[in-house]
Design a protein around this ligand. Structure first.
Ligand SMILES: [Zn+2]
Ligand SMILES: [Zn+2]
Length: 142
């Protein structure tokens, strides 16, 4: 049975805490597979243990944010269809081709400071902050 990291992390965010029972119920894994899959995600630093359940770590939340924009590594992931090669705005769904994405410099816009980062060209939602974008190899605007 193929496990889906993206959907498991999404479930963790939706329910705040995720128990191996939830994984069994939602994905139809055997209880043993569900438990070992959750501890596998814990070893990757994406989940941490809280009592009998697991919660998303900051790394897990960042990973999920990245999946929402860039898609996850699973080509069959139902949540990520059509995301390959694009940055998808998590707010309005607008897609930018990766090579076209640029980090906009910090700008003072009279009342607010727009911090450096990658923004959706349609709705201006911040997609990646400058640090995240640099890690992903996105260049600054010229
Ligand atoms: Zn996915
Ligand atoms: Zn947008």
């Amino acid at each position: 049975m193929k496990t889906n990291k993206h959907k498991t992390l999404l479930l963790g965010r939706k329910r705040q805490a995720i128990h191996s029972r939830d994984v069994v119920r939602h994905f139809g894994y055997s209880p043993g597979t569900a438990r070992s899959y959750l501890s596998y995600l814990k070893r990757q630093g994406l989940l941490e243990r809280m009592g009998a359940s697991y919660v998303l770590t900051e790394k897990g939340q960042n990973r999920l944010q990245y999946f929402e924009v860039a898609g996850c590594a699973d080509p069959a992931c139902p949540v990520c269809q059509g995301k390959a090669g694009y940055l998808t705005c998590p707010s309005c769904g607008y897609r930018t081709r990766w090579p076209k994405a640029r980090i906009l410099k910090e700008r003072d816009l009279f009342f607010v400071v727009r911090h450096a980062g990658v923004y959706c060209p349609r709705c201006w939602k911040l997609i990646f902050n400058a640090t995240q974008a640099q890690l992903l190899g996105i260049r600054e605007e010229a």
